[in-house]
Ligand binder design. Structure first.
Ligand SMILES: [Zn+2]
Length: 65
């Protein structure tokens, strides 16, 4: 079994970090007043989507690292 070091960006709305409780593969937004409260994401595609951000002009923000 391969362990993948997954780095998720904080929520763009409230700054919260999604939590994953092994062995679950679901990354869940903590419960708070955020519109994404308790929203879960699963799999590499959704994680990549979560980590994709755009600036105020709609331009994709690229990671520097
Ligand atoms: Zn949030």
């Amino acid at each position: 079994m391969v362990t993948i070091d997954i780095k998720l960006k904080p929520c763009p709305f409230c700054g919260a970090f999604l939590k994953n409780e092994a062995p679950s593969t679901i990354w869940c937004h903590p419960q708070n007043s955020c519109l994404l409260s308790l929203r879960g994401i699963v799999g590499a595609d959704q994680i990549a989507q979560w980590n994709t951000r755009y600036d105020a002009k709609g331009k994709k923000v690229l990671d520097n690292d």
